[in-house]
Design a protein around this ligand. Structure first.
Ligand code: AMP
Length: 113
């Protein structure tokens, strides 16, 4: 399968503004931010969609949630932020490497559009 743009960022084949890296995940600024803070956190393992994750991915998924909270805190938005996972084309997913959007710094409506 062709390498996704996020796999290329993980492998440093294309640049990104990286804010966090560890053995399980990478986080970097979204290239087209939809909020003052718009960071993406991705697993290093190439899971295409949340729907493709399995029980063996529970550690990395939990780690990503906790790391997202830490990143929001470190960026100064710890009290109000939104995490979004678009799963599948019908839900707006455009890059098929699982990612959590970490958004903050503006009001958010509910339900999301
Ligand atoms: P989604 O629509 O949920 O799949 O989100 C994909 C996100 O990836 C969008 O918010 C894009 O702006 C972002 N994106 C696409 N290419 C890049 C890139 N090269 N670096 C950083 N973010 C990107």
């Amino acid at each position: 399968m062709a390498k996704t743009i996020f796999a290329k960022i993980i492998d440093r084949e294309i640049p990104a503004k990286i804010v966090h890296e560890d053995d399980l995940c990478l986080a970097f600024h979204d290239v087209a931010p939809r909020a003052p803070m718009h960071i993406l956190i991705v697993p290093k393992k190439p899971i295409a969609r949340l729907a493709d994750a399995t029980a063996e991915d529970r550690t990395v998924l939990g780690h990503m949630m906790l790391t997202a909270a830490k990143i929001a805190r470190d960026q100064g938005y710890g009290d109000a932020y939104r995490l979004v996972v678009n799963n599948g084309e019908g839900a707006g997913q455009t890059v098929f490497h699982l990612h959590i959007h970490i958004l903050g710094g503006r009001p958010f409506t509910w339900p999301p559009g």
